[in-house]
Design a binder for this molecule. Structure first.
Ligand SMILES: Cc1cc2nc3c(=O)[nH]c(=O)nc-3n(C[C@H](O)[C@H](O)[C@H](O)COP(=O)(O)OP(=O)(O)OC[C@H]3O[C@@H](n4cnc5c(N)ncnc54)[C@H](O)[C@@H]3O)c2cc1C
Length: 353
C-alpha cells in the first residue's frame, strides 16, 4: 500500500504534540497526530502543578482543580521558607485530553493506540491498532514523544539524562494552598513534594539513580512523616512515576524533523517542570512548520533560536546547579541548608552568579 501523505505528522499527543497539532492545523495544514496510549493523558505521570502563565490553556481545557498561592520549601535542618509562587493544580488527564480536542477542532486527525516505530528520512513506520505497518509520508515530522523520544533517537540523538520519580496520591486531611518542597539528601539528585489537589495530594519524589536506586523506601518514609504530622491520610489512592529529562536543551531541528517538549529537553532540570515549555514549544513548532512549508526556509531554525532565547538561560543555570550538587550528594555537605539554598529556585542564592 502506498504511504499516506500529510503535511505534518506529530508523534505524541501530550501537551507538546497536541499544541503542535493544533497550531499547524489552525494554519490550514493537514496534520496527523498519533499517540501510543489507549486513552490520551492516561495514566497521569505528573504532579499536576502549573504556574499562572498557563491560565489560558487551563481555562481552555477546563482542567483547573484548585489554586496555589505559594511554595513552602523545607530545608535539611527543618527550617521552612515561604515564597509567593502562584499557580494552579490541574487535572492533567483532562488537560491533555482538552488540548487534543482543541487540536481536533482545528482540523488535526488524532489517532490513539498508534506507535511510532521508525523514520527513514522520508516515511514514518507506525503500528496503529491492528495495522502493523501504517506508513506515513509527511512533509515535516514533529517529535513530541516525551523523555525517551524515539524520534530523537531516529535522528541520531543519544539518550538524554533523566531523573526518575515515584508518586502516591493520598488523602489530604485539610485544605492547603501551597506546594511543599522537601530538600534533603534522602532525595539525591531530586526533591520530595506534596502538592494539594482538592481533597487529595500528590506526594512524590525524584532522585538520580546513580545515587539512589530505591525510590519506594524514601517515599514511604516521607509519607509516614506526613501522616504523623496529621497532613495526609495513611491510604494510598494511586501510584505513578516517570522520567524527567534533566540534561537541558537538545538540538531541536534535524532537516525536516523538529523536536518539542520533553523530547527536546526543555524540562527544567532542577524543578522538573515541563508542561509550560511543552505547550509553548509545541505551539511554536506547529507554527514554524506552517511557515516552513509555505516557503520560509529559515522558519525551523528560527523556532530553535526562539526556544533557546526563551528557555536557554534558565535551563543552562539549572544544569549548572545540578552539576554542582552532583559533587555533594551522599556527602555531609548535602545536609547543609546553605548548599541546598544555592540549588533551589526559591532562594536568591540560586540566581547568584
Ligand atoms: C512524576 C512527574 C511529575 C511531574 N510533575 C510536573 C508538574 O507538576 N508540573 C510540570 O510542569 N511538569 C511536571 N512534570 C513534567 C511534565 O509532565 C512533562 O514535562 C510534560 O509532560 C512534557 O510534555 P510532552 O508533551 O513533551 O511529553 P509527554 O507528556 O511525555 O507526552 C509524550 C506523549 O508521547 C507518547 N509517545 C511516546 N512514545 C511514543 C511513540 N513511539 N509513538 C507514539 N506515541 C508516543 C506518549 O504516550 C505521551 O502521550 C512531571 C513529570 C513527572 C514524571
Amino acid at each position: 500500500m502506498s504511504p499516506l501523505a500529510t503535511d505534518v505528522l506529530v508523534i505524541g499527543a501530550g501537551p507538546a504534540g497536541a499544541a503542535a497539532a493544533r497550531a499547524a492545523a489552525g494554519r490550514g495544514l493537514t496534520v496527523i497526530c498519533v499517540d501510543r496510549r489507549a486513552e490520551i493523558g492516561v495514566p497521569v505521570q505528573c504532579a499536576e502543578f502549573v504556574p499562572m502563565p498557563l491560565l489560558r490553556t487551563v481555562h481552555e481545557t477546563d482542567s483547573r482543580v484548585q489554586d496555589v498561592e505559594g511554595m513552602l520549601t523545607v530545608l535539611p535542618s527543618g527550617l521552612q521558607h515561604h515564597s509567593v509562587f502562584p499557580g494552579m493544580m490541574i487535572d492533567r488527564a483532562r488537560f491533555d485530553q482538552g488540548l487534543a480536542e482543541l487540536a481536533q477542532a482545528a482540523g488535526a486527525q488524532v489517532k490513539i493506540r498508534c506507535q511510532f516505530l521508525a523514520w527513514d528520512g522520508e516515511v514514518a513506520r507506525l503500528r496503529c491498532g491492528t495495522d502493523e505497518a501504517f506508513i506515513v509520508r509527511p512533509r515535516l515530522l514533529i517529535g513530541a514523544d516525551g523523555p525517551h523520544s524515539r524520534v530523537a533517537k531516529a535522528v541520531g540523538l543519544p539518550h538524554q539524562q533523566v531523573v526518575y520519580t515515584r508518586q502516591y496520591t493520598v488523602p489530604l486531611l485539610r485544605p492547603y494552598a501551597d506546594t511543599d518542597i522537601f530538600l534533603s539528601d534522602a532525595f539525591p539528585g531530586g526533591y520530595g513534594w506534596l502538592f494539594p489537589r482538592g481533597p487529595v495530594a500528590n506526594l512524590g519524589l525524584g532522585a538520580d539513580r546513580r545515587f539512589e536506586d530505591n525510590l519506594k523506601l524514601p517515599l514511604e518514609q516521607l509519607h509516614q512523616q506526613m501522616v504523623e504530622r496529621g497532613i495526609v491520610g495513611e491510604s494510598v489512592l494511586g501510584r505513578t512515576g516517570g522520567a524527567i529529562p534533566v540534561g537541558g536543551i537538545r538540538r531541536m531541528v534535524h532537516g525536516n524533523v523538529v523536536l518539542a517538549g520533553d523530547a527536546a529537553g526543555l524540562t527544567h532540570p532542577i524543578t522538573g517542570a515541563g508542561i509550560p515549555a511543552a505547550v509553548i514549544s509545541g505551539a511554536g513548532a506547529g507554527l514554524a512548520a506552517a511557515d516552513y512549508l509555505a516557503g520560509d526556509e529559515d522558519a525551523l531554525e528560527s523556532y530553535a533560536e526562539d526556544m533557546q532565547d526563551q528557555f536557554g538561560p534558565a535551563l543552562a543555570r539549572a544544569v549548572q546547579r545540578r552539576k554542582s550538587l552532583e559533587a555533594v550528594w551522599r556527602q555531609p555537605a548535602a545536609q547543609e541548608d546553605r548548599v541546598m539554598r544555592s540549588s533551589w529556585i526559591a532562594f536568591d542564592e540560586y540566581f547568584a552568579a
